[in-house]
Design a protein around this ligand. Structure first.
Ligand SMILES: Cc1cc2nc3c(=O)[nH]c(=O)nc-3n(C[C@H](O)[C@H](O)[C@H](O)COP(=O)(O)OP(=O)(O)OC[C@H]3O[C@@H](n4cnc5c(N)ncnc54)[C@H](O)[C@@H]3O)c2cc1C
Ligand code: FES
Length: 508
């Protein structure tokens, strides 16, 4: 067998000198055909699978924080001791190997089974029936965590979507661009739900919740009783109140069905107008360009993304899209859409046979409002993600929670936050009383360029730039009174992870 087929790095089974892996550092290598990560904490050595189970990120390029390794790409967090995926967006564990230190060398030995540490005594006083309203990021992560904690009661997951939980971020990126097959899109295949005894009911709309009777009413009049309820109804795209929004070539994007109809239209479309320079709007523009469609972006702001990311990133993102042929119509809006034309407020018009509106979303609050839950531009929850009604939790895009990092009650629309809230809500539905204190994180991808964002800054009094954003190698820190609230970065994954760890420590 030729050694050329081995993954990169030293053969860890043959041993490496202890000094090659300093305290707090990692070394990527291999054992046979498998990529393995050697990590050191004091005198302890850990050997783990080196590939993140989310999108195959290289864990050796991430950072160690206490007893965890963080993935450089989307900040998944794995236990060094058990390989468990402690925090989303990864769910599956990485493999673990035993290690041995001998004669100044550390050797990676046998693959071992290490059980994930249970964080709740799931069956002691556990609720019998848990109902989850929502089959998206938060709902899925909650159901998965309930079973991971060996919860043996009933889990009913109700979703008015016709698809099970999907990798929503992919719907504006690789899948829409035609670079990912559809089997990448479901978070799990159908057998997962039956094997895990998760009663996933699709195309079922919940019409009401009665917190006193502890039951939900379905649109068809059916009732489902619960002991604990998780509301994870997400958000829906805003539809502009302009003539023509209901035409068949005008789309919004939230669901797999929405994405499929844009793809179907894109097969024959020549020219597209994307309304809105939001993250989703611009990711859609990038995907349509990848499909070779002439793409115009119409948006009221002066610079795309400036409100969230400041002028440096605004200029960079605009330039990046222009390099790929996107034509911007900024400080302008669409006033009417016809079969082959979009009319602009400035007086001009653009011929278009495909229109996608990416002008923001609205949290789906009707159920929470109808049930009399406390609402504050979202469903108000405490640090345990409990709503004002006993036994009812909320997570994801609808939840406004007390964020200890910014000191404010915030609501965000981030994939990883929704999943991590789903995970914490699951633990708390089982009685764990664990605070949700994750630092918010999101990523966005435009062509081959990822932008990572850690923290939360609705405003700032200073922007500090390190490196060169325009050269695709930079970090921007958003500060108030000298304190870093958030950072955005391009190809500075370690800086992004270190800042996340610093924000965690600052409020620990
Ligand atoms: C195209 C796209 C790309 C994105 N890309 C990124 C990204 O790159 N990075 C990032 O951080 N975030 C991204 N996001 C945002 C991210 O997807 C959301 O923050 C996340 O999905 C929120 O999770 P959730 O569980 O709160 O809601 P959702 O995932 O929207 O799930 C809500 C669920 O509730 C169901 N539901 C709602 N009301 C009812 C009802 N009455 N009865 C029954 N079911 C109901 C819905 O059918 C759905 O199943 C993207 C979003 C979109 C649409
Ligand atoms: S690839 Fe590791 S978190 Fe996404």
């Amino acid at each position: 067998m030729g050694s050329e087929s081995h993954p990169a790095g030293p053969d860890l089974a043959a041993g490496v000198a202890i000094e090659t892996c300093a305290d707090g550092k990692m070394l990527g290598g291999h054992v046979g055909e498998e990529s393995v990560l050697l990590a050191r904490r004091g005198d302890e050595f850990f050997a783990l699978g080196a590939t993140c189970t989310h999108y195959n990120g290289p864990l050796a390029e991430g950072v160690l924080v206490d007893d965890t390794v963080r993935c450089p790409w989307h900040h998944a967090c794995f236990s060094l001791r058990t390989g468990e995926a402690l925090h989303a967006p990864a769910f599956n564990p990485v493999a673990c190997w035993s290690t041995e230190v001998r004669d100044g060398k550390v050797f990676v030995r046998k693959k071992i089974e290490r059980a994930a540490k249970l964080r709740v005594a799931a069956d002691k006083g556990a609720p019998e029936k848990i109902v989850i309203v929502g089959g998206g990021a938060a709902g899925f992560a909650a159901a998965e965590m309930l079973r991971r904690q060996h919860y043996s009661g009933s889990i009913v997951m109700l979703s008015d979507d016709d698809a099970g939980p999907v990798d929503r971020p992919n719907l504006s990126k690789d899948y829409l661009a035609g670079n990912a097959p559809e089997d990448w899109v479901p978070l799990r295949d159908g057998s997962f739900y039956s094997e895990q005894r998760i009663d996933l009911r699709l195309k079922v709309r919940v019409a009401g919740i009665d917190p006193r009777k502890r039951e939900v009413t379905l649109a068809d009049g059916g009732k489902v009783a619960y002991d604990r309820l998780l509301l994870a109804t997400g958000a829906e795209p805003i539809r502009l109140p302009i003539p023509g929004m209901d035409l068949s070539h005008v789309h919004t994007l939230r669901t797999l069905a929405d994405c499929r109809s844009i793809i179907a239209r894109a097969a024959t479309a020549k020219r597209a107008v994307v309304m809105g320079a939001s993250f989703i709007g611009l990711e859609v523009a990038a995907s349509l360009r990848t499909r070779g469609i002439e793409t115009h972006v119409v948006a009221p702001e002066k610079r795309p993304m400036e409100r969230v990311l400041g002028p440096q990133f605004g200029d960079f993102v605009r330039g990046l899209h222009e390099e790929h042929g996107v034509i911007f119509h900024l400080e302008d809006t669409a006033t009417a859409i016809e079969a082959r034309r979009v009319t602009l407020k400035s007086g001009g018009s653009i011929d278009a046979d495909l229109v996608v509106a990416g002008v923001g979303v609205r949290p789906r609050l009707a159920l929470a409002e109808g049930a009399g839950l406390k609402i504050d531009r979202g469903v108000s929850v405490n640090e345990y993600l409990e709503t004002s009604a006993s036994g009812v939790f909320a997570a994801g895009d609808i939840a406004r929670w007390p964020d200890r990092h910014s000191g404010a009650a915030i609501r965000v629309e981030h994939w990883v936050v929704a999943e991590r809230q789903g995970q914490i809500a699951a633990l708390n539905m089982l009685g764990a009383r664990q605070k949700f204190d994750a630092v918010p994180f999101f990523w966005s991808q435009h062509y081959d360029v990822p932008i990572n964002y850690v923290g939360h800054a609705e405003s700032w009094d200073e922007i500090a730039v390190q490196g060169d954003v325009a050269a695709r190698d930079g970090v921007v820190r958003y500060k108030t009174k000298g304190r870093v609230l958030a950072i955005a970065s391009i190809y500075r994954d370690v800086d992004s992870l270190m800042e996340e760890a610093a924000l965690e420590r600052a409020t620990a």
